[in-house]
Design a protein. Structure first.
Length: 226
């Protein structure tokens, strides 16, 4: 079976968003500092992503056996970067003397070498549906939901389960909840997710014309942790 050819380095609509374009004159260190000082704002991470996504994707696509695996490794690498940036200090510690670019190259190499990619058929992540920064912030928002609410949202969005099936599953697990109550919980979950997501992330990614092109949160793509 022939392997599909790798596409060109992907482009991301958020890189042309006015919010992101207004930050392009900032240095790497300035963007890093702003990201660390304003954890509830997504624009600084999105700007760093736009600046370095071509470099990182170029490195990754040569290490994966298929475009689907490359996209998934690209996204998980950026998720790792997202979690590490909060505590990164390029002036001291193990990272002293590094530039942000050299640090990103090092992290990317580590992610490539340590990657244990699932088979293509097990990957449901769609790079076009959920750009890595949006994925990171949706995942963080999901982590802030209560366990039951998070489970209900994921069963509905990721597995496309009906309220009746979710109700039956919860009953089997010892939690009685009618289909109508499940429906109400789902709406509550969606409201909480939108309230938790940073306002600028919603503006960049969920407003028609940019990012995913609509107001619906793509929880399915964001939760693919195969």
């Amino acid at each position: 079976m022939s392997i599909p050819p790798f596409p060109a380095i992907p482009t991301f609509p958020e890189c042309n968003h006015p919010i992101v374009k207004s930050l392009t004159h900032y240095s790497d260190q300035e963007l890093l500092t702003l990201f660390q000082r304003h954890p509830d704002s997504g624009q600084y991470f999105a700007t760093l992503f736009c600046r370095y996504s071509p470099m990182i994707y170029t490195l990754i696509r040569h290490s994966a056996r298929s475009p689907v695996q490359a996209d998934y490794l690209f996204a998980t690498t950026w998720r790792h970067i997202f979690h590490e940036l909060g505590g990164l200090d390029l002036r001291s510690g193990e990272s002293a003397g590094m530039t942000l670019q050299s640090w990103l190259l090092n992290v990317t190499a580590i992610c490539i070498n340590r990657s244990d990619l699932p088979p293509v058929e097990a990957i449901h992540y769609d790079l076009k549906a959920a750009s890595p920064p949006l994925w990171c912030y949706i995942e963080r928002a999901l982590d802030q939901l209560s366990p039951t609410l998070r489970l209900i949202v994921l069963m509905a969005q990721t597995f496309n389960w009906s309220e009746t099936r979710i109700s039956a599953y919860l009953r089997a697990e010892g939690e009685v909840m009618s289909p109508a109550e499940v429906r109400a919980k789902l709406q509550e979950g969606y409201r909480q997710l939108e309230a938790i997501l940073p306002e600028d992330v919603q503006t960049i990614y969920l407003v028609s014309g940019f990012g995913s092109g609509g107001r619906q949160l793509d929880v399915d793509a964001a939760e693919n942790r195969a």
